[in-house]
Write a protein that binds this ligand. Structure first.
Ligand code: FES
Length: 138
């Protein structure tokens, strides 16, 4: 099935699910986000890394991601970090979106290259049998 992305109104009631699975491209695993929580808050609450964490309130722009599958509601975002074109292309701030379905995202903010290096390093360590430096998933 082709990935589909849909931005919904912030007042739309989620599907009734209590949790959604969120996958960050390249990490190879998903984590759960409680319905109503922001994507970034859910990741932080589980002690995970993958999306850079800054102000957690839409002010710094480091948590920028592109949603490439799933439905989400977006809270107001500063045009300093997210243009109208960004929003149309589902490039948003992880601290300002609330999943309304399972989501797949990729990190695209100013620290995206750093995240990619961490993921590549973790994958290499995993292949060689060492610790991967990323937290355990449970
Ligand atoms: S953490 Fe600063 S904008 Fe999201």
């Amino acid at each position: 099935m082709e990935p589909q992305v849909q931005r919904v109104s912030g007042s739309e009631v989620p599907s009734g699910a209590t949790h959604y699975a969120v996958e960050i491209e390249g990490l190879g695993h998903a984590f759960t986000c409680r319905a109503g929580d922001s994507l970034l808050a859910a990741m932080v609450a589980r002690g995970l890394r993958g999306i850079p964490v800054g102000c957690r309130g839409g002010g710094c722009g480091v948590c920028k991601v592109e949603v490439f599958d799933g439905r989400y509601a977006a809270l107001k975002m500063s045009v300093d970090h997210v243009s109208a074109e960004d929003q149309a292309q589902h490039r948003v701030l992880a601290c300002r979106i609330v999943p309304h379905s399972d989501l797949q995202v990729r990190v695209i903010g100013q620290m995206a290259n750093t995240v990619r290096r961490l993921i590549d390093g973790a994958s290499q360590a995993e292949r060689s049998g060492g610790r991967n430096g990323l937290p355990n998933q449970s």
